[in-house]
Design a protein around this ligand. Structure first.
Ligand code: FAD
Length: 520
């Protein structure tokens, strides 16, 4: 028997892909080598466009524990440990969701299970081979080794991906082996914390804003008071001697003294763990030479990894890989995918990954020690007074400057971008656009005067979800969204002309293979 899809790895990205595929009607099997979810502290939260994407799937509510839609940060943020004044922007692209990775995995696992995904824990992919029809996967599980045949295998098995290695896909890139990051959950003197701003007022040094990396000529320091957890205190230093000694709070105290030039008395963390106490040396920034090899695809850390700087791009990118691949692969399996659809996964996600490499490397260069870097930072600080520079860097950090090629020459500015959220009035009542996309289906939103786009094109509801509505915002007047919530086509005309209707028809063909109506 041939299974449609096997996903190697039940981390955040593998589970997200499993949810996306199930929404599209294909139930994958997830093989996860760990018998229980990992408790290793990794991401402290999600940053950027992915937060909006999770809202478009109804997952933001589950993760934040609040029915409120995500709110953009319109205050202060950082690029290369330099202030970005987001209040200069009309529309800040920076969204944050401070939720630890193990909670993200828990929520995604619950969602995947609700959607009928089979998750086999304690099952590890140890070998694979491909023929014209399927991938044969060797699986080691407690007490037995067995084989699975699947039409597609997805490697979501992390930075050291066996799927990538077994497929002979190289992982070129850079190792920043000069950098050491020491981190610990710890207590700090309560009277040093500014109750209004949350900043840590370090006597002899000054205020350190929470969550934002702080650079001196000797290294970096950050203070992150996570809600419901003890603060996470970190330093970044360059060219430290190698150490095999276990990490300790004392090591972090000494490191802080070198970086800030003063002592910060740290105490052991309060409350239940697991608590972070780690030293990470080096950091890889790499992109797989291919994201696909025949019937094998890579997503998330298996496809790309980044050095720690850059505002946590890992999950912003990986979860959106899953949203990009899920509907395309499901369409391929159902036999409804237009030609070239599956290939667009690599084209689109490679350019997003390259943008993140640029982001990570630029930020790493700007936080390096030395007076020359200090000079560069002074120039940059001047540039950061310009609204357009802040906009550009905020979008880079948030991954909001990704614009896919939708094949239209003079397209609407929204075409190729992630859908904006909009308050809509539909015949059944008020709704946000983000609430209409939770089924992960193609969506035509018609706000035009005559609301007859679907009728003109003889579109059926089983091909595309069709919603007519009114909105307070004048533009756009119509949107065609792909299931990953990227805008495939948009119009600003209250009455789109025949040429625009033709570009809509072309977009429907290109992305969904919707057959041209016979009577046109
Ligand atoms: C210290 C640290 C802090 C970080 N902070 C942030 C942050 O703040 N924000 C952010 O966005 N990102 C952060 N990241 C990056 C983020 O954690 C990763 O991008 C994310 O874990 C990638 O998810 P993934 O599902 O691709 O891979 P993983 O999380 O690595 O999951 C892969 C899964 O595959 C399983 N597996 C491996 N091999 C096999 C096999 N052969 N067969 C079956 N299963 C297998 C593993 O057990 C694992 O469960 C951080 C990472 C680290 C290490």
């Amino acid at each position: 028997m041939i299974t449609d899809v096997v996903i190697a790895g039940g981390g955040p990205n593998g589970l997200m892909l499993a949810c996306e595929m199930s929404l599209a009607g294909v139930r994958p099997i997830v093989l996860e080598r760990l018998p229980e979810p990992s408790q290793e502290p990794k991401a402290n939260g999600l940053l950027g466009q992915v937060v909006k994407m999770l809202d478009h799937r109804g997952l933001h509510e589950r993760l934040s524990g609040s029915p409120q839609p995500p709110q953009p940060n319109s205050g202060y943020f950082m690029f290369g440990a330099m202030g970005l004044d987001l209040s200069l922007l009309q529309d800040s692209p920076v969204y944050a969701l401070p939720v630890p990775q193990r909670r993200i995995v828990q929520v995604l696992q619950e969602r995947a299970t609700e959607l009928g995904v089979e998750i086999r824990r304690g099952h590890e992919v140890v070998g694979l081979s491909q023929d014209d029809d399927a991938v044969t996967i060797d699986v080691a599980s407690p007490g037995e080794t067995y084989q699975l045949r699947a039409r597609y295998l997805i490697g979501a098995d992390g930075a050291h991906s066996s799927t990538r290695k077994l497929s002979g896909i190289k992982f070129p890139g850079i190792t920043y082996d000069r950098m050491t990051v020491c981190s610990a959950h710890a207590t700090v003197p309560a009277d040093w914390v500014d109750s209004a701003t949350g900043a840590l007022n370090v006597p002899g040094h000054g205020a350190v804003l929470p969550f934002l990396p702080h650079r001196t000529e000797h290294g970096g320091f950050s203070y992150a008071p996570m809600p419901g957890h003890p603060p996470l205190v970190s330093t970044t230093e360059w060219d430290l001697p190698e150490s095999n000694a276990p990490m300790s709070l004392e090591e972090l105290r000494v490191s802080i003294r070198r970086v800030l030039g003063v002592d910060v008395p740290l105490g052991p963390p309060d409350g239940a763990g697991p608590h972070v106490l780690r030293r990470l040396t080096g950091g890889n920034t790499r992109i797989a030479e291919r994201f696909a090899d025949g019937r094998v695809f890579l997503i998330g850390d298996a496809a790309h990894v980044y050095a720690a700087t850059g505002g946590g791009p890992g999950l912003n990118l990986g979860l959106q890989d899953a949203a990009n691949l899920g509907w395309k692969l499901a369409a391929e399996i159902r036999g409804s995918a237009p030609s070239g659809l599956l290939n667009s996964y690599e084209t689109e996600r490679r350019s997003a990954a390259q943008r993140m490499v640029l982001n990570a490397q630029a930020q790493a260069a700007l936080i390096a020690p030395g007076s020359d870097v200090t000079g560069l930072r002074e120039v940059f600080t001047e540039l950061l007074r310009d609204q357009s520079t802040v906009q550009r860097l905020a979008e880079l950090t948030a991954g909001a400057d990704v614009r896919y090629d939708m094949g239209e020459r003079e397209a609407h500015p929204l075409t190729g971008r992630f859908a904006p959220d909009m308050d809509l009035h539909t015949p059944t009542g008020p709704v946000r656009l983000a609430e209409l996309t939770r089924t992960a289906r193609p969506l035509l939103l018609d706000l035009t005067e005559e609301a007859s786009l679907a009728e003109t094109l003889a579109l059926r509801h089983d091909q595309v979800d069709i919603v007519t509505a009114r909105s307070q915002t004048p533009a756009p007047t119509a949107l065609l969204l792909r299931p990953d919530c990227y805008v495939a086509w948009a119009s600003a005309s209250p009455r789109p002309d025949p040429m625009e209707i033709e570009t809509l028809r072309a977009a429907l063909q290109r992305w969904f293979g919707v057959v041209k109506p016979a009577h046109t």
